[in-house]
Design a protein around this ligand. Structure first.
Ligand SMILES: C[S@@+](CC[C@H](N)C(=O)[O-])C[C@H]1O[C@@H](n2cnc3c(N)ncnc32)[C@H](O)[C@@H]1O
Length: 289
């Protein structure tokens, strides 16, 4: 095999990936950067650098994996979220940029608590993206984060360690099942599975490689959302708020479920693409009886 330059390899990778990825050039750059353990700026700076055969071989293998549809973040094992690096693996969802809107609004809501030791619970934490991003901004908050999948719990704990965030307690639980009934939370947050099992998007792109247990819920995708809204009432402190991410067509239904369960002030927030993405509401214990 003849040695090739950085520029040549990116061009070959881009050409190979152009029919299977919307971001062929970026994918090629990320994969080559990963092989070389360098940032993309390095590739721009040294386009004519000749690479060793072993690097070219490894790069070609990764391009083939991407060609088969495997998500970039499962190949590199990393995804940036909230400007923090998160380890990823097929145990759970790759964090999505739109979920940052959820983090942003939880932080806005949390501002009214000032320096209080606010208590927060993240249900279905996956990589730990939401809980650890909140902890990175609010080190004085006391945060619990749960997932029913032990591999996801291990991954979130690995991310907590890597980010040196020690204020989040991460443990296995089927929603609230292992959360102590003595605990109450000022904020409960979740990005639960919310896709209907017949949704065509499940057969497209990166999602094909992610576990259905992180994506799909019964009852048109609303079963877990409804379950959380009902159970959260026993764990929210008086006036506490529940923030839920959901599908872009589910906001009306989610609001209905909130209201039917005695929550107040239900509000929907749009994501960066202008789609309904997060609905949240408060639970006032006295008024709910
Ligand atoms: C859509 S992913 C969200 C992951 C992460 N919070 C994020 O926003 O990137 C949903 C997560 O909920 C977890 N999950 C699904 N059913 C659950 C249950 N019954 N109890 C706890 N976690 C559950 C899945 O394992 C998955 O990690």
């Amino acid at each position: 095999m003849q040695n090739k330059t950085i520029k040549q390899l990116i061009s070959i990778g881009t050409e190979l990936l152009k029919n299977s990825s919307d971001s062929a050039k970026l994918d090629a750059q990320v994969l080559l950067g990963f092989v070389l353990n360098k940032a993309i700026t390095y590739l721009h700076t040294w386009p004519d650098k000749l690479l060793a055969e072993a690097s070219t071989f490894q790069y070609n293998e990764l391009v083939q994996r991407r060609l088969s549809g495997e998500p970039i973040s499962y190949i590199t094992g990393m995804k940036e979220f909230w400007s923090l690096p998160f380890f990823c693996n097929p145990a759970t969802l790759i964090p999505r940029p739109d979920t940052e809107i959820l983090v942003e609004h939880v932080l806005i809501y949390g501002q009214s608590f000032g320096n209080e030791k606010l208590k927060c619970l993240d249900l279905g934490t996956g990589t730990g993206a939401i809980a650890l991003s909140l902890a990175s901004e609010m080190p004085h908050w006391i945060i619990d984060a749960v997932d029913f999948n032990n591999d996801a719990v291990a991954l979130a704990n690995k991310n907590a360690k890597n980010l040196d965030l020690t204020t989040v307690e991460i443990y296995q639980s089927d929603w609230f099942f292992q959360v102590s009934s003595n605990k109450s939370f000022d904020i409960i947050v979740s990005n639960p599975p919310y896709i209907d099992d017949q949704d065509i998007h499940l057969k497209q792109g990166d999602v094909r490689f992610e576990p259905l247990s992180a994506l799909v819920a019964e009852n048109n995708g609303l079963a877990d959302i409804a379950n959380i809204i009902v159970q959260a009432k026993s764990y929210l402190s008086d006036g506490g708020a529940l923030f839920l991410e959901h599908g872009y067509k589910q906001s009306d239904k989610v609001k209905e479920i909130f209201i039917a369960n005695g929550y107040i002030e239900a509000m929907t927030i749009k994501d960066y693409g202008g789609n309904d993405r997060v609905t949240w509401a408060k639970f006032n214990k006295d008024k709910s009886h």
